[in-house]
Design a protein. Structure first.
Length: 326
């Protein structure tokens, strides 16, 4: 088991399969990845997963880009599954009608499907042309396939969908999915180019209201996220400027171009693993790279940042061009 300098164990590996996506969400940080196309093979993902498990990782989450566009996604799930207690995925859901059953059979346990609004026009605008019905159908397919839980990720944006939380709660309760409300986030200085100032909507009031309504509240070990049972499950994810969130981060990431990444918010401290692997490094040498990256883990927000200080932290003017690989 690897534990970092801040007493945070490494229990969760988050693997980016690709940077490619069939949607273009206006706020997307693409997992803070290098904007390069990945070309790792299923065997390479498996080997890195197996080594992460030897370091104590119990869970692996597959992401991207849109991971279900990776031609070997089912094989990758199948190869990772034996090494972990659970394999999960976050997806935009557009391909789940075709893939949910195959992924379940390959060993996928649960899934997060991103859906910020069920309104067709608003969804189209937010995703650069996406069809909401495909995602709704994908959520249905995931539930039918037995993936559990199916969580709907809703990034709440000022003036876009902040008045649609109740509607989304109703949708989730009806289909039998949990709802995960996510605050928009970005790095200090907003190098990711997220349209932050105009779009950030605090979930503080929503969370207070949930706390009053809830029959029961759980605090998840990962990131100390609060889960409110009202009675259906609504989870609130508030990373921005949140030292409590960072204090309970148990993750190491793998970028699509084969770098170990100690923190979503940082692009300056990646540790290359695919290079040494392709140059013939032994398992023991590669495990050393996990030790190295674990030593680099540190809370991005060591102190709470609120109000004006938070706004100053994101001081990059909006409207700058963003690099995308589609
Ligand atoms: N394409 C997949 C999807 O949409 O789920 C996986 C990748 S996406 C980057 C993973 C999650 O990050 C999605 O739920 C997305 O809504 C969320 N996300 C992306 N950019 C974000 C941002 N700036 N702030 C908050 N959440 C964000
Ligand atoms: Fe980003 Fe996912 Fe939207 Fe694609 S679907 S643009 S990866 S949030």
């Amino acid at each position: 088991m690897l534990v970092d300098r801040f007493e945070r164990p490494f229990s969760d590996l988050r693997v980016s399969l690709n940077e490619a996506c069939n949607l273009s969400c206006s706020y997307c940080h693409l997992e803070g990845g290098a904007m390069t196309k990945g070309d790792l093979t299923a065997e390479e993902f498996e080997r890195i997963g197996r080594l992460a498990a030897r370091c104590g990782a119990k869970y692996v989450k597959i992401t991207g880009g849109e991971p279900t566009l990776h031609p070997e996604v089912v094989d990758i799930v199948r190869r990772l599954a034996p090494h972990f207690e659970a394999v999960s995925m976050t997806t935009n859901g557009t391909t789940l009608r075709r893939l949910a059953g195959l992924l379940r059979e390959a060993g996928l346990a649960r899934v997060n499907v991103s859906l910020d609004t069920v309104d067709a026009a608003a969804f189209r605008a937010l995703t650069g042309g996406g069809e909401v019905d495909k995602v709704r159908d994908g959520i249905g397919a995931a539930i039918e396939a037995g993936l559990h839980p199916v969580k709907v990720n809703m990034v709440v944006l000022k003036g876009v969908n902040d008045d649609r939380i109740t509607e989304m709660e109703g949708f989730c309760a009806e289909v039998g999915a949990a709802l995960q409300l996510i605050e928009l986030h970005t790095d200090r200085g907003n190098a990711f180019g997220v349209p932050f100032r105009g779009s950030f909507h605090s979930l503080a009031d929503t969370e207070r209201a949930l706390a009053e309504r809830a029959e029961r509240v759980e605090i998840a070990p990962q990131h100390h996220r609060r889960r409110y049972f009202v009675p259906h499950q609504v989870e609130v994810v508030r990373p921005f400027g949140n030292s409590d969130f960072c204090s309970a981060c148990h993750r190491i990431r793998l970028t699509a171009d084969g770098k170990l990444k100690p923190c979503l918010m940082r692009t300056d401290n990646h540790v290359d693993i695919i290079g040494p692997m392709r140059n013939g490094a032994t398992d023991e040498e590669l495990l050393e790279l996990f030790v190295q990256v674990n030593d680099l883990r540190e809370p991005y927000w060591p102190d709470p940042v609120e109000g004006e200080a938070a706004r100053r932290a994101v001081d990059r003017p909006e409207g700058l061009p963003r690099l995308r690989v589609l």
